[in-house]
Write a protein that binds this ligand. Structure first.
Ligand code: AMP
Ligand code: GLY
Length: 428
């Protein structure tokens, strides 16, 4: 094992910034590179994470020891397999394993084969549209329609009326999300409370990171369209030891056993999107990566050297690692640009980051750009994440919300209820 290593992190966003800060805290990090853009303390490499040859060239030229692909797109497209030949350590699962996120149909069949509790579903293509429409008749509202493939976090629709659901199913099959919705899943609606469990998996053993909750609805009060995430908290008030025992028994162990039986050597982070329904876990989805914005609320709670855990994933030594959490609450509030979650306006000047930090918050850059004079501009939907930690969730939430209000740009929006709908603090 090398004492100090050079790491290349792929991706740009609040989650990537939070991970980069954690990596920079490690005494093991000799140098951190980020592509396509870097935060302070790291060096930018101008390569698109989907340009695998470009990434491989950078690995060779910069003598990188470890690559951490963070977003779903390069992982699902097989970057891990591609880089394997270079001998570099890659902290993400193979293309075959990444079907757990890349194809919702594959994931649901995997859950069914391994008796993992999940919502009742049916898979529909243009050949089976009529059966799909009849299946909708058999369900109660609201209706859940999911594009099979990756659709930039927009492929899940929850629809109240049967007539709208039928029209939308037809539109999806006819190309509403291009190839991603050639196959659509219709799912029974689960009226439960959501939480995210994230595992570091090394093919054999696993470690659990702190549990988080993601606020998916766009607007305060938990209304509006679903988004990839407007904020997150950790810990989660309703998650107790009894629920986590059930998650381990009914979801985690059958998942890892199922992967082995299918000869899928899973090494990387595994995200379990769960619902709690009458005290029981129901698995809604797998992601083959860290969540955004869950990561921004999870990492500040982890004690010790995260690079050591990353290395454990690649070296199959996760079982030897210890993970400890600070017994504190963390709330993460996402600021979004004008137009989000639809087409957003770019180029609005952003100010107030230092003011938010002066209030004791951490501000993680998301979709931002900079000019040569140090001015900062919006450059996408989720512009920044403001996080705060405190002994209780009420204090963390108040601090993060106040920090978010200190940040100013035209069209800025954030939910002012992140962490504020929580009744009590739990320990997990
Ligand atoms: P997914 O990409 O499958 O996680 O879906 C995105 C979000 O849609 C989830 O985090 C839930 O908030 C919601 N959702 C997905 N499936 C269901 C379901 N069967 N019942 C209720 N809500 C769901
Ligand atoms: N916050 C949801 C996700 O990362 O998929």
């Amino acid at each position: 094992m090398k004492e100090r290593i050079k790491i290349l992190l792929l991706g740009k966003g609040g989650r990537e910034s939070a991970l980069a800060r954690k990596i920079l805290e490690s005494p093991r990090t000799e140098r951190l590179y980020m592509a396509p853009a870097a935060i302070e303390g790291a060096e930018a490499v101008a390569v698109d994470p989907l340009n695998f040859q470009g990434v491989a060239d950078a690995v060779e030229k910069l003598e990188i020891d470890m690559v951490v692909p963070v977003g779903a797109a390069p992982i699902v497209a097989g970057i891990t397999d591609w880089l394997e030949e270079t001998g570099v350590k890659v902290i993400a699962p193979s293309e075959a394993c990444a079907r757990l996120e890349g194809s919702k149909e594959f994931a649901k069949e995997f859950m069914a084969d391994n008796a993992i509790p999940t919502a009742r579903f049916m898979t529909v293509t243009s050949d089976t549209l009529e059966e799909g429409l009849s299946f909708l008749d058999s369900l109660r509202p609201p209706y859940v329609l999911k594009a099979d493939g990756l659709a930039m976090g927009k492929g899940v629709l929850i629809i109240n009326s049967l007539a709208d659901a039928k029209d939308t199913l037809t539109d999806m099959i006819e190309g509403m999300f291009d190839e991603a919705s050639e196959t659509v899943l219709i799912e029974e609606y689960i009226d439960g409370r959501e939480c995210t469990v994230t595992l570091a998996v090394d093919g054999e053993d696993w470690l659990m990171l702190p549990v988080a909750h993601d606020y998916k609805r766009n607007l305060s009060g938990n209304i509006g369209p679903n988004t990839p995430g407007m904020g997150s908290v950790s810990p989660v008030s309703f998650v107790d030891a009894d629920f986590m025992d059930k998650v381990k028994k009914r979801v985690i162990r059958p998942t890892l056993r199922g992967l082995k039986e299918a000869q899928l050597d899973y090494r990387g982070f595994l995200y379990l999107g769960l619902m709690e329904l009458d005290g029981e876990p129901v698995l809604v989805e797998y992601n083959v990566r860290l969540g955004d914005p869950e990561t921004q609320a999870i990492l500040p709670r982890i004690k010790g050297d995260f690079v050591d855990i990353l290395e454990g994933i690649a070296d199959r030594t996760v079982g030897l690692k210890k993970i400890q959490f600070y017994p504190i609450a963390c709330a993460a509030v996402v600021l979004t640009a004008e137009g989000f979650p639809g087409t957003v306006r770019r180029g609005d000047i952003v100010t107030g980051i230092l003011e938010a930090e002066a209030e004791g918050c951490k501000v993680y850059p998301g979709q931002l750009s900079y000019d040569d004079n140090g001015k900062i501009y919006t450059d996408g939907g989720r512009v920044l994440t403001v996080t705060a930690t405190a002994p209780t969730m009420a204090e963390a939430a108040a601090k993060a919300t106040s920090g978010a209000s200190a940040i100013v740009f035209d069209g800025a929006y954030f939910r002012d209820d992140i962490g504020r709908d929580v009744e009590e603090d739990a320990a997990i």
